[in-house]
Design a protein around this ligand. Structure first.
Ligand SMILES: Cc1cc2nc3c(=O)[nH]c(=O)nc-3n(C[C@H](O)[C@H](O)[C@H](O)COP(=O)(O)OP(=O)(O)OC[C@H]3O[C@@H](n4cnc5c(N)ncnc54)[C@H](O)[C@@H]3O)c2cc1C
Length: 321
């Protein structure tokens, strides 16, 4: 928005359960449930990579960390599906069997072998948000206040919130928004120390294990559709530890148990568009906010300022009956 020369005022009251506070920030172009490419994977990756690299230059911080993702096949059937995908034109650009030798990875239990997903990345979301908030604050463009619908006054040429007025307001309240088609999905994860393991890159076997340095790993995350605001649970902790211990077969020390709520949508696409005369929405980033947000922001700006049509797949109207 600011890049388009617009003045922006952000109202963001950090609320418990917000997704960005806990997201490990993995960018993975392959859906591991069905081993298929995610929605417009190549396009989204290219835009996201350029966006985070550019932001990194501005903040003198490297946000975009390219990596491979190692997938340990849990069953022979999974290994077979993977093998098939390596022969299909679209997916073969991203997935391959991993027959290379690596002392650390070879030591993990893997009776059915392992694969590699190319062109993954991870973004330190919390570091990025911290720097961005500081930047906005120094510009006087961040107010850490909660804005309820009743606080928004509709006036002839825009909206007014307290003493601030603007031609438009865009709601980006994530899982807290009351929006048709939005499905809040709870996610829990652990930060653990596993001395002497030295896994070199992100590994998945039922759960992600992401090395963040000094023998520390982020492990997660669960998916839960009930009771999403209830905070961390023993059930999820046991589930994650069980999967992790089966993967690494070592002592694990739990340093942190984190929990947040994903703003998913019924059809797993973002939700963008107009909700009132001067009101818009930017939501539905689900479990892939890191890779989707740059494209969504660009797409909504093209719509708002250049009059471009919104892609039908993301229009907020699709959920209206
Ligand atoms: C456990 C977990 C793991 C995840 N892992 C990944 C991952 O590895 N990779 C990935 O790409 N994505 C991941 N995600 C998803 C990702 O976190 C989300 O897609 C993304 O953070 C959504 O961003 P958002 O800004 O829409 O919502 P949020 O991050 O929830 O932000 C919404 C913000 O709006 C504020 N707010 C809400 N209502 C109001 C109001 N009325 N007034 C003022 N402020 C308000 C909130 O306090 C919050 O700061 C994960 C999510 C979870 C929960």
């Amino acid at each position: 928005m600011q890049d388009r020369g617009k003045r922006v005022l952000v109202f963001d009251a950090p609320r418990t359960g917000r997704a960005s506070e806990v997201a490990p920030g993995v960018v993975n172009p392959v859906s591991l449930r069905r081993t298929v490419l995610t929605w417009r994977a190549s396009e989204m990756l290219a835009i996201a990579g350029a966006f985070y690299r550019d932001l990194g230059l501005r903040y003198e911080h490297s946000f975009w960390n390219p990596t491979h993702l190692v997938v340990i096949f849990p069953t022979a059937q999974e290994a077979g599906i993977w093998q098939l995908r390596t022969t299909e034109p679209e997916t073969s650009r991203f997935v391959r069997m991993d027959t290379s030798s690596d002392q650390v990875l070879d030591a993990l239990p893997q009776p059915f072998g392992r694969g590699i997903i190319e062109r993954c990345a991870w973004v330190h979301v919390q570091a990025l948000l911290h720097l961005h908030r500081t930047h906005l604050r120094t510009q006087g463009a961040l107010l850490e206040e909660q804005v309820e619908d009743a606080h928004i006054e509709r006036v002839a040429d825009g909206v007014r919130i307290g003493e601030h007025s603007a031609p438009i307001v865009i709601r980006c309240g994530g899982p807290f928004d009351d929006l048709e088609g939005l499905v809040p999905v709870k996610g829990e994860g652990l930060t653990v120390r596993i001395p002497g393991l030295f896994i070199p890159k992100a590994v998945h076997r039922g759960v992600f294990v992401l090395p963040i340095g000094d023998d520390v790993y982020r492990v997660g995350a669960t998916f839960g559709w009930d009771d999403v605001w209830s905070g961390p649970t023993d059930e999820a902790r046991h589930h994650l530890l069980d999967r992790l211990e089966r993967m690494v077969e070592r002592e694990v020390e739990v340093l942190d148990h984190w929990c947040g709520v994903r703003p998913a949508s019924k059809d797993r696409r973002p939700i963008l568009g107009r909700t009132g005369e001067h009101e818009f929405v930017f939501n539905g980033l689900g479990s892939r906010g890191v890779v989707l947000a740059p494209w969504c922001a660009q797409h909504l700006c093209d719509h708002l300022f250049d009059g471009a049509e919104l892609d039908e797949a993301v229009r907020v109207e699709r959920f209206r009956v």
